[in-house]
Each structure stands twice: as C-alpha cells, then as structure tokens.
Design a protein around this ligand. Structure first.
Ligand SMILES: *[C@@H]1O[C@H](CO)[C@@H](O)[C@H](O)[C@H]1NC(C)=O
Ligand SMILES: *[C@@H]1O[C@H](CO)[C@@H](O)[C@H](O)[C@H]1NC(C)=O
Ligand SMILES: *[C@@H]1O[C@H](CO)[C@@H](O)[C@H](O)[C@H]1NC(C)=O
Ligand SMILES: *[C@@H]1O[C@H](CO)[C@@H](O)[C@H](O)[C@H]1NC(C)=O
Ligand SMILES: *[C@@H]1O[C@H](CO)[C@@H](O)[C@H](O)[C@H]1NC(C)=O
Length: 486
C-alpha cells in the first residue's frame, strides 16, 4: 500500500490532468480498501502544520489549508508549493508567494513572517513576488529570524517587486552558505550591504538592484568567486569600486549603474576576461578611461555614459574589443578626436559619443561598420565636412545624431534635403531640417524654438533641452540590455 500510494502520487505530480488523476486515486484507494489520508500523503504532521502556518502569515489567518489541501504535496497541491520525498516522507522544497501563477495565493495586507518558516527543513527555494506592497500603511522588514536553520538547504532566495519591504538586510543571511541565487530586486530595502554577504561563496547570481541601499560596496564581495551576475544598479551606493571586484573572474555581467560611485575605473577589472556586460552609467566616476577597459576581450556591451570621466578617447586601442556591440561613452567629458580604431569593431550596433568635447574630423570609415544601426556624435566640437554616403544617411535616419557641432557641415548637392542629417549645416547654406518645407535657420544648436522637429518625432515640446534625447538613447540601451538579461 505504501509503495502503491507513492507510485500513484508520483504519477499525479508528473501530470496535469487533474480530474483523471483524482478518479485514478479513488480507484486505487477503493481496490485496496484502506483509504487513509496519512498514507495517501506521507507528510510529517509537524511539517504540514508549519507549512499551513507559514502560508497563513503571508495570505491571512482566515486561510486554513487543512480543509482545502489535506494533502498539500499530493493530489491537492497548493499553487506555489513544491515538494519532494526525503526518507519516505514529503517535504516542502519550494515556496513561492505572490501572484506568479493565475491561481496563486495572494498576499494579505497584514503580511507577517512566522517563525514556522524556519521549520521547513528541506526548503531549497523561497521567493516572494509583489507580496509586500504597502510601504506607507503596512511596511514590513525581512525577519531577522532564524535564517541559519535554513543554512543546510536554501539555494535560492528571491524578493521581487515588493515596495512595502523596507529596512535593512538581516545579517543572518550570511549563514545561507548554500545559496546560489540571491535576488532582491525592486523592493524598498535600505541601509548598507552587509559584509557577510561575502560568506555566500556559492552564489552565482547576486541581484540587489532597484532598492535604496547606501554606503560602499563591501570588499568582501570579492570572495564570491562563482558569481556570474552581479547587479547592484539603481541604489544609492557611494565610495570607490573595491579592487576586490577584480577577483570575480567568472563574471559575465556587472551592472553598477545609477548609483553615486566615485573614484577611478579599476585597474583590476582587466581580469574579468569573461565579462560580456559592463554598465557603470550614471555614477560619479572620474580619472579618465583606463587601459583595463580594452583588456576585457569578451565585452559585448560597455556603457559608461553620464560620468565625469574626462580623458582622451584616443588613448585606448579599441580594436581589441572585437565582440563589442554596444559602446556608450556619451556625456563623459571625453576629449580628442574620434579614433579610426573604432571602425575596426565589426559587431558594433550602437555607438554613443554624444555630449563630449570631441574635436577634429569624423572618419568616414565609421559608415563601413556592417552592423551599425545608431551613431550619436551630437553635442561635440567636431569640425569639417561630413563625408558619409547618401545611403548611410538613408539607412540611419534619425539614429544618426550630429547636431550641436557648430563647425560641422555636410556637402551641398550630395543628397536630397530629406536625407540631410538633422541640425547640421549644409557647407554653403544654413542649418537644414528634416522636412524641406520647414527649412529654417537655427541659432547655435538651440532647439527650443524648433517645433517642427519636435512634432516630427511625435514628442511634446516639454523638456526639449537635449535632455530628452539622452533619455531616448537611454531607453534604447535599457531595452537592448534587458533583452540580454531575460
Ligand atoms: C486549521 O484548522 C484546523 C481545524 O479547524 C485546526 O486544527 C488547525 O490547527 C488549523 N491550522 C492552522 C495553521 O491554523
Ligand atoms: C562571515 O564572514 C565574516 C567576515 O566577513 C566572518 O567574521 C564570519 O565568521 C562569517 N560567518 C559565517 C557564519 O561564516
Ligand atoms: C570563461 O569562459 C570559458 C568559456 O566559457 C570557461 O571555460 C572558463 O572557465 C571561464 N573562466 C572563468 C574564470 O570562469
Ligand atoms: C568641455 O567643453 C565645455 C564647454 O564646451 C567646457 O565647459 C569644459 O570645460 C570642457 N571640458 C574639458 C575637460 O575640456
Ligand atoms: C571648437 O574648436 C575650434 C577649433 O577647431 C575652436 O576655435 C573653438 O573654440 C572650439 N569651441 C569650443 C566650444 O570649444
């Protein structure tokens, strides 16, 4: 009987055809003639009670699974609960709270972590999505309870999109040394990142993005040698990049964007030979470009925009980044001429050099980049004649941006005015617009009065001080990056 019920329940677990399964179970029970709920669901009473109570804490005390789910791991499984048999008994191995599935259990307004959570001794995966949602009426902190009790089992811990989840990370997270994935994405968490996160040396994914963490990135993060993804973006982290980041040699993606990090780019990032994404945009990094950048040969996306970096773009051998598809160096105070070596990056799709102090002529070689689909050189002090072909302007359309270079012009007669680069003077006449009918003079790259251009892009004239274009480019990159992440 024991064997048979296990067989039946196993078959049920592996199947989606509920009605059939239930009939089958009844049949099995009937023919053996000794139906017994404890045998149909060999689950420790203590485990079962702990499960019900834990769930009650999140979905509300009025919920009591013992009627609806007498067999929470067997033929009436609870949505978001997965189980496994250990030593002949069912145990909960994964618990996922929040509206992930169509008929998942929703969270109550008065959510609470119950101590029974830490009695689920075979719990491998615990995740919360959109569960703690009232930062003002019902803010809640992550329990400082006995996380060490889950130390031998927990491999995956996730809190996503919980604006009502506030306060600091409990230091007892440092005990969860089996963790492979710690994802605390888009919550209201604050305080400094605990140093002992560095104890979680089995982590391959650490995502703390979209919270309000402050302070420095702990040096101890350098101990997380198995990390593939480190995403601390969209917080208020400050201070220098710890040089220990250079020991995370397995890293594929490093995103520290949208913080207040300062100081120089690390020499040691050169050791990140497998890194495909480095996003440091919108920080306060300074001290110029570092040679170490072009030593990360796997880089596909390099985004350093909106940092007061300064320095000379000519100083690096860009052609060593042969996998580069996205290079965004806009608004970093770069000087120098746009180097020819950039035209050796055959996979380049996006090149953003806008709003720097670049000078000199633009090499027509850039047009020969086979994959290039966006090129922004606006807001510099480039000079001379644009020597791209008519086809190039046709292909790029508005994704070629060259305005706000007062000493740049395009050769007259070379192209129809409809293809003329926006905001660039013809070498003999005034500045052209996209529409031949709206041809007009523009004062020194000032777009404020130019409603035609604005209307032609479908945007209102609000905030048109060039910032909106930044924004657009930013969105474009974000979408591209998201594609890679998902
Ligand atoms: C659920 O209800 C049953 C019977 O009413 C009761 O014995 C049990 O303690 C309750 N469980 C929880 C977790 O409240
Ligand atoms: C975690 O690391 C800290 C140092 O960062 C160390 O002092 C502590 O003993 C470690 N704790 C555990 C549980 O390993
Ligand atoms: C880098 O990637 C290669 C190829 O995928 C792999 O063999 C190597 O182990 C990786 N290096 C590190 C330090 O993880
Ligand atoms: C860049 O140009 C701006 C104005 O065009 C100027 O204020 C700034 O000092 C320049 N920066 C450098 C590093 O030359
Ligand atoms: C731009 O460069 C020209 C020389 O090429 C120089 O005369 C002018 O002052 C520069 N403008 C700015 C704003 O730096």
């Amino acid at each position: 009987m024991q064997y048979m019920t296990q067989l039946v329940t196993r078959m049920l677990i592996s199947s989606n055809h509920f009605v059939l399964d239930v009939c089958f179970l009844w049949l099995g029970v009937w023919c053996c003639g000794q139906a017994d709920s404890t045998e149909a669901a060999p689950m420790e009473k203590a485990e079962q009670a702990a499960l019900y109570s834990t769930i009650q804490g999140f979905v509300g005390s009025e919920w009591n699974g013992s009627d609806l789910y007498p067999d929470p791991c067997g033929w009436t499984p609870i949505q978001g609960v997965s189980c496994d048999i250990v030593g002949g008994l069912w145990y909960v191995t994964a618990l996922s709270i929040g509206p992930v599935h169509d008929n998942s259990l929703g969270c109550a307004t008065n959510v609470e972590f119950r101590p029974q959570l830490f009695q689920l001794k075979h719990l491998k995966s615990l995740s919360f999505f959109n569960c703690f949602i009232s930062p003002h009426r019902h803010p809640i902190t992550i329990t400082g309870g006995k996380w060490e009790k889950l130390a031998d089992s927990l491999e995956l811990l996730g809190f996503r999109s919980n604006p009502g989840l506030i306060g600091q990370l409990p230091t007892s997270f440092g005990y969860l040394t089996k963790l492979q994935s710690l994802v605390l994405l888009e919550n209201g968490l604050t305080g400094e990142l605990p140093t002992n996160i560095g104890n979680l040396t089995n982590l391959n994914r650490l995502v703390l993005a979209g919270n309000r963490f402050t302070g420095q990135i702990p040096d101890s993060f350098g101990r997380l040698k198995k990390l593939l993804i480190l995403d601390l973006s969209r917080n208020s982290l400050s201070g220098h990049l710890p040089s220990s980041l250079g020991s995370l040699t397995s890293l594929l993606k490093l995103d520290l964007s949208n913080n207040q990090l300062e100081g120089m780019l690390l020499r040691d990032i050169a050791y990140l030979k497998n890194l495909t994404l480095l996003d440091l945009r919108n920080n306060k990094l300074s001290g110029g470009l570092s040679q170490s950048i072009v030593e990360m040969h796997s880089l596909e996306e390099l985004v350093l925009s909106r940092n007061p970096l300064g320095g000379d773009i000519m100083s690096l051998e860009w052609q060593s980044l042969q996998n580069l598809a996205i290079l965004d160096l806009s608004n970093v105070g770069l000087m120098g001429e746009i180097p020819e070596s950039l035209s050796g990056l055959k996979r380049l799709r996006f090149l953003g050099l806008g709003n720097n102090n670049l000078t000199g002529n633009l090499t027509p070689q850039l047009a020969s980049l086979p994959s290039l689909s966006a090129l922004y050189i606006n807001g510099n002090n480039l000079t001379g004649v644009l020597k791209f072909s008519v086809d190039f302007y046709g292909k790029m359309g508005r994704r070629f941006g060259a305005w706000n270079n007062p000493n740049l012009c395009y050769p007259v007669g070379l192209m129809k005015a409809t293809n003329a680069p926006y905001g660039v003077r013809s070498c003999q006449r005034g500045v052209t617009l996209l529409e031949p009918s709206s041809r007009a003079k523009l004062g020194e790259g000032n777009f404020n009065q130019n409603s035609h251009f604005i209307a032609s892009l479908g945007y209102s004239s609000y905030g048109i001080h060039g910032l909106w274009l930044f924004f657009l480019v930013d969105i474009l990159i974000t979408v591209l990056l998201l594609n890679l992440f998902l």
